[in-house]
Ligand binder design. Sequence first.
Ligand code: P53
Length: 480
Amino acid sequence: MAEGYKMPEGFLWGGAVAAHQLEGGWQEGGKGVSIADIMTAGNKDTPRRVTDGVKDGEVYPNHWGIDFYHRYPEDIKLFAEMGFKCFRTSIAWTRIFPNGDEAEPNEEGLKFYDDMFDELLKNGVQPVITLSHFEMPYHLVKEYGGWTNRKLIDFFVHFAEVVFKRYKGKVKYWMTFNEINNQTTWDSPHHLLQDSAIKVDEGTEGMEQMMYQAAHNECVASAKVVQLGHKIDPDYQIGAMIAMCPIYPLTAKPEDIMMAERAMQTRYWFGDLQANGEYPAWLPKYLARNNMKIDMEPDDLETLKNGRVDYVGFSYYMSFTTKYTDDNADYVYTESKDLVSNPYVQKSDWGWQIDPVGLRYAMNWMTDRWHKPLFIVENGFGAYDKKEADGSVHDDYRVKYFHDHILEMEKAVALDGVDLIGYTPWGCIDLISASTGEMAKRYGFIYVDEDDEGNGSLERSKKDSFDWYKNVIASDGENL
Ligand code: P53
């Protein structure tokens, strides 16, 4: 039905994944151990655990992924059949620098991405690349203490330099750190490892301070990489990547409004720094009041100012809601404690609040605040799918989710004037869930026959959403 709005010429429709969630081949081609390789399987009720290295008898789903490492030509054909203009994935840092601190890169790893990018380009699909997507070399965690250590800035810049030079002419759109602001939940060891490469036990003293230091160093690294990338190729577009879950006040009570404002500030200052090149006013005051501080080098602020991103890539799955409580007069936002249920929206089976209008709201909010083009690099619906005997999957719930979100995205562009580069739904082919390590939480237009233990034929088949999305792309967003 032609109820949608046609997207502008050159709009990048596509799909998104991350290396560690689909490649598998964790020890092939000279690859080193990444932080994803030491995360066990979990599910909706059982959290993933992080082990001290790879241990016998543990189950690590990222070791096998969906075997994209060997099967990518077949998968890319299916993406091209849907009409993808682009495909977002990451370069696994450990394929290029197995430990992260080597002087010379691993040629076999570089060759793998050369071949894969060539296969994409041959099919008319341009790669969109994240440099660091929850898959840091584990060696940098163990030997250097992760992003609290400034040495990582140099390692990351070196890694970026190697791939920027190598893939010049094949890649135009880059992102530095995936969902850099997920470390806002600094009291979760899982997120602190994923985003900040810091491995500590729950309840360790000083985790919030560690997070601010790590995030500062990452933002400095990102700003250096933006400047370096523009030198290597002035056409490079280098973006931030923010996990956008807008946070609403539960009521119109003024204290709830103030609480929601502080929550947004706390979750999104990373974007202020990367897009505007400045720390927001509230932050140094908050740190000082709570006996925290960020160690900086004299030219860091200048680097941050000069290394502003070209665009803001973001994920959008859900919105959050918060409220003020009497014991919190300073409006401190602690994400693990201060979220409440929104009575106006429904939830997925994993408790993620489904809110299409929130996407339009967030796009307006970011445009007003950061004045940069936006790129929706993740959006999607994780659900239990049932494969029929003939391989089909009737995922009308997923089609509905996409229909409602794409329509709101199109309104933000057509009615509100938001500058949007493209749209790459998450997990366009089923893959390992980042938060739970399951296969059962599926996002794809393409079904992969594999269970949580890695059993199955690995055969790919089209879900109903495959043809639906193909039709959306063919009509440039008009037929939803
Ligand atoms: P899964 C938290 C909140 C929103 C998005 O997530 C998040 C997370 C961290 O898990 O992650 C992003 O697989 C992330 C992807 C991830 C995807 O969302 O937990 O960039 O790697 O797979 C979906 O359902």
